[in-house]
Design a protein around this ligand. Sequence first.
Ligand code: HEC
Ligand code: HEC
Ligand code: HEC
Length: 419
Amino acid sequence: MSAKPSLRRRLAVSTAVAVLIGLGVLLTDDPSRREPPGAPSPVPLAERVQRGAYLATVGNCAGCHTAPGGAPYAGGLPLATPFGSAVAGNLTPDRDHGLGAWTADDFWRALHHGRGRDGRRLLPVFPYENFTHVRREDSDALFAYLQSLPPVAQPNAPQALRFPYNTALALAVWQTLHFRPGTPPPASDAPEARGAYLVNGLGHCAACHAPRNALGAQRAGLGGGDMPGQGWHAPSLHPVQGLGVTAADTVALLRDGQHRWGTAAGPMAEVVQRSTQHWRAEDLQAVASYLAQLPAEPLRDAPAGEGSARLLALGAKLYEKHCADCHGAQGEGAVDGSGRMAYPPLAGNPSLLQPTARNLARVIQEGGFAPSTAAHPRPYGMPPHRFTDTELAALLTHLRRSWGHQASTVDEVEVLRWR
Ligand code: HEC
Ligand code: HEC
Ligand code: HEC
């Protein structure tokens, strides 16, 4: 007998041992524990609580951490993801079910390192890919605010992700591949720096507006992304040449839920409703100036697709019959008696010209309301419509090719793919 098999066996055994040690390290190593404890905050508690209340609105923490009709911040809202459903837990200072036993260091580890109090890796549905860029003093203020809430003894439902996404190993691999704790920028009052801090950090705009890879991790930038599992596209936040959207328009959209060309719809209407309409004027201005200086993208004109003449003729007829009463024969929209926008104009409306017509299809089918804001407390609603695939493709093509629009046409196959 040669020594070869035993050598091979020894090699196999040592490889297996190395893999097991590697897995063990991957599963148990927690660099966040090696960070020295934070210094006690020099900011008086009352001031921290007040700052934290505002920051919680900026981060829209209640949006995910409150069940419909439930106590604020007590958790329980299931969030749909392509990997199953995730639940955002109880953030009130209840000792058994909330953050009652947490320290400011535990809280920082959650926001900055994506780790639970017990070192558990947290699901990235919690947008710590963005919150990791939040400064420690803001984390401390958020924590002080949450600890000032009345405790609510509401137990957390278990996470319901599908196998294998529900395993500690899957999260360990995900975090190792896709997540690095950020380096929060130093505090600055310069508008663009403040805007970048809010957009990329607490405002977590990238959570929807960044492209994502197949495992749901955010790619860099704000170039637009499909919202996983929700059928909405959050468009690029770069300025588009030729659309003429100004920083003042962006401020109006975030504050009032509408600007001179259109309204915030779907998930963005919720963001405005719960969060951005309450932001300070200088913070909205900072965000708008930061977005305005991102590299501009060209408006991509597309040639008319095959069969579009047939779709255009049908689309024009459907528009006349179902839409023109509100949006105007020439897509000019309409104002109400007090001069406020009642029905948004569709001619020149940037949301009609996006690279994908997916959101348009949803708005037309589902209808909806612009958010209710101080400037528009009772916005008019858009009724839902039922159209066949051909009719919907025809209407979308009409909207994207009329009034000087040159966006891509839409056919039945594409509509079918979205359904
Ligand atoms: C897009 C939805 C979403 C938003 C917005 C959000 N969270 Fe969460 N959060 C979650 C989910 C989901 C979890 C559960 C993650 C897990 O258990 O792995 C979570 C977990 C947490 C945890 C860990 C709790 C624990 O028991 O381990 C903390 C702390 C937390 N969030 C704080 C915040 C704060 C503060 C904000 C606002 C600045 C915020 N979250 C905004 C979805 C969200
Ligand atoms: C009863 C009046 C009414 C009718 C009819 C109507 N709409 Fe609307 N539409 C509205 C209102 C009000 C809004 C703003 C609320 C919103 O964004 O959900 C709106 C919003 C929209 C938007 C989103 C604009 C933006 O800026 O995001 C599109 C696109 C649209 N309508 C297309 C249509 C089409 C196509 C039809 C016909 C199939 C139609 N609407 C029929 C009232 C109407
Ligand atoms: C929960 C997902 C989500 C988050 C978070 C979010 N957005 Fe959006 N946003 C959308 C979607 C979806 C749309 C497209 C619907 C529409 O046009 O209203 C949109 C549209 C917009 C538009 C209009 C773009 C256009 O070309 O018409 C602006 C501006 C915008 N968002 C800014 C922001 C900013 C700034 C933040 C962070 C403070 C943010 N969004 C956070 C989902 C989101």
